[in-house]
Write a protein of this length. Structure first.
Lengths: 110, 110
């Protein structure tokens, strides 16, 4: 009963480095999302995928790219990390009522 | 002005107290209203989901929506130390437009 699995759980990057955050869900949900959570800002949508093969920008997409690899997997890539991207990143999936979130990736960019 | 306002707390109550958590919003287009609970260093989990004005009860939890006043509440009866967490309201318009509150941190003291 895994739900939404995110890897890695923690990561420290140097400015300019790249990395990919992985997300997989086993609930056969069509829609998947990437959010970032910052103190005082709440959860903000980065990108979402309504179904396999489609992706759309959310509220804060700059500096990120995504890939919906198949129905289960939705990855988030930082091509050139900046200190402003220090945050906690959550992946989520949904079928109808509400989201199921993963446990998050804590990313620090120094 | 933010679309959703939520007092960040912290809110400290003794065990057994009735807790009231609230969000106000400005856009009457919101159709669905949710409450999520987030434990420290975990992802949010869906607690309550409603789409109409009035009350919805689930065990010790009651969600209340007042669309005319643009005000939603979550009541927790007989609060327990295990209820200590951050509570996020989420308002939805359309299919993918979720707006999250910044969360209220609750501490239930044994």
């Amino acid at each position: 009963n895994a739900g939404v699995t995110q890897t890695p759980k923690f990561q420290v990057l140097k400015t300019g480095q790249s990395m990919t955050l992985q997300c997989a869900q086993d609930m056969n949900h069509n829609s998947m999302y990437w959010y970032r959570q910052d103190p005082g800002m709440g959860l903000r949508l980065i990108y979402y995928s309504a179904s396999e093969g489609t992706t759309d920008k959310g509220e804060v997409p700059n500096g990120y790219n995504v890939s919906r690899l198949n129905k289960r997997e939705f990855s988030l890539r930082l091509e050139s990390a900046a200190p402003s991207q220090t945050s906690v990143y959550f992946c989520a999936s949904s079928a109808s009522e509400g989201y199921t979130f993963g446990s998050g990736t804590r990313l620090t960019v120094v | 002005q933010k679309e959703v306002e939520q007092d960040p707390g912290p809110l400290s109550v003794p065990e057994g107290a009735i807790v009231s958590l609230n969000c106000t919003y400005s856009n009457s287009a919101f159709q669905y209203f949710m409450w999520y609970r987030q434990y420290s260093r975990k992802g949010p989990e869906l607690l309550m989901y409603t789409y109409s004005s009035g009350n919805k009860e689930d065990g010790r939890f009651t969600a209340q929506v007042d669309k005319s006043s643009k005000y939603i509440s979550l009541f927790i009866r007989d609060s327990q130390p295990s209820d200590s967490a951050t509570y996020l309201c989420a308002l939805v318009r359309g299919t993918y437009k979720y707006i999250f509150g910044t969360g209220t941190r609750l501490k239930v003291l044994a």
